[in-house]
Design a protein around this ligand. Structure first.
Ligand code: PLP
Ligand code: ZN
Length: 403
């Protein structure tokens, strides 16, 4: 296991690899650090299992003895019709809808749960905008432990049911995600539950690096020019950038670090606003149809802004009305039904092209982080069937085909 300690991103104090969410000196966020002399080869990775655990030498936890319902190895597919609709040279979709609960959250939860099991926890918990709750409840069911999740009570019913089915406890909170998040911090002091995004956050967040590792490996150990991601807390966006950096550092790939572009929905865009203003993130009260990324007080918002600047990318707010349009555009041009979060990322991509930041010379990866089947109401207006009697002649007549 190559991680050696947790380190505060602000004051750099180091802590043992315990379940601690923030620095006890300055309340800064913690990140695992790894042995300076760690090495890993492409051959070692390629000999690993066909899931995220092939990157175990780059993760802060030992892989599970028996990988159950392992996420990762999701398809990276070419989308030439969407590439020309949008105006970039090459566009690839990273289909994280292919994970066990149809979002990238299975990656982060698998890593956090491995740590929780190592520490002997028997309840996996989280606060969630929906997808994380799905992933926590399913992971707990797969491992045979309990789960408890805190979600806003008014989430899309599909997301609530897709969590309930696994049998854990759902606390439907009469409030926003940010209320759920505050409750989870308070409860984490009282309960011996493993809150994946509180005291296990340092381990959890590392799981998103596997998106970067997989993209590079799937491109034959090459880097794309740019990656476009949706942003809620900002953790995944920032970790994808770090993941590419580590591959370069370890000599597993060569070339320039990809530029990372981020999208937020206009109705909850504290990170995009901070990027535009060159300021610190100021919390907002979310009012957006993109519920999965409706975090008003994003834990890694400032890190995401710093990541955009360091990588040469941008973070933009996408108009609310463009989000359902983008769900349809993605579906109609690629056959992929994404949810609001990837549709928001697609909005950021389109905006980057309009501003000349991306174009015909770029090979771009769009992260399809969640599945449209969990948010179907937003595109219900596409359902305009031709109502017919069960009679072929009537259908032919309607089509103007005379036999
Ligand atoms: C589908 C989807 N994409 C992207 C995100 C953003 O992740 P992060 O909070 O790491 O920014 C989320 C967060 O819930 C999500 O559900
Ligand atoms: Zn600190």
């Amino acid at each position: 296991m190559p991680a050696t300690a947790l380190r505060c991103r602000i004051c750099e104090t180091e802590f043992p690899l315990d379940p601690v969410g923030v620095c006890s000196r300055c309340f800064g966020p913690l990140e695992p650090i790894y042995a300076a002399d760690r090495t890993v080869t492409r051959a070692e990775i390629e000999a690993g299992p066909p899931n995220i655990w092939r990157y175990a030498p780059l993760l802060p936890v030992a892989p599970p003895a028996e990988a159950r319902l392992a996420p990762g190895n999701t398809p990276l597919v070419s989308a030439p019709r969407l590439a020309s609709a949008v105006g970039v040279g090459e566009l690839l979709l990273k289909l994280d809808t292919a994970n066990p609960t149809h979002s990238f959250k299975d990656r982060v939860v698998a890593v956090a749960c491995a740590k929780a099991l190592e520490l002997g926890y028997t309840t996996l918990a989280c606060s969630s905008t929906g997808n994380l709750a799905n992933a926590v409840a399913a992971r707990a069911a797969a491992e045979g432990i309990e789960s408890a999740v805190l979600v806003p009570a008014d989430l899309e019913p599909e997301k609530l049911i897709a969590t309930a089915v696994y049998g854990g406890t759902i606390f439907a909170v009469n409030g926003t995600y940010d209320d759920c998040s505050r409750l989870s911090v308070e409860l984490s002091f009282e309960l011996d539950w493993a809150f994946v995004n509180v005291e296990l956050r340092a381990y959890y967040a590392e799981g998103s690096k596997t998106l970067a590792f997989e993209i590079a490996e799937q491109l034959g150990w090459e880097l794309p020019d740019a990656v476009v991601a949706p942003i809620a807390s900002g953790a995944m966006y920032s970790k994808v950038h770090q993941g590419f950096g580590e591959l370069l550092q370890l000599g597993l790939v060569e070339g320039a670090r990809p530029r990372i572009f981020g999208g937020q929905a206009e109705g909850c865009a504290p990170v995009a606003r901070a990027f535009a203003d060159g300021a610190k993130v100021k919390p907002v009260r979310p009012n957006t149809i993109a519920r999965s990324i409706a975090i008003g007080s994003p834990a890694d918002g400032d890190l995401a802004v710093a990541t955009a600047i360091a990588s040469g990318g941008t973070i933009r707010a996408v108009p609310e009305e463009e989000i359902p349009e983008n769900i349809k555009l993605l579906a109609e041009t690629t056959g992929v039904f994404g949810e609001t979060a990837p549709a928001t990322a697609l909005g950021a991509l389109r905006e980057a092209v309009r501003r000349g930041e991306l174009g015909e010379n770029d090979r771009v990866v769009l992260l399809v982080t969640g599945d449209g089947l969990k948010t179907p109401a937003l595109v219900a207006d596409t359902f305009e069937p031709v109502l017919v009697e069960p009679d072929a002649d009537l259908i032919l007549e309607r089509l103007g085909v005379h036999v």
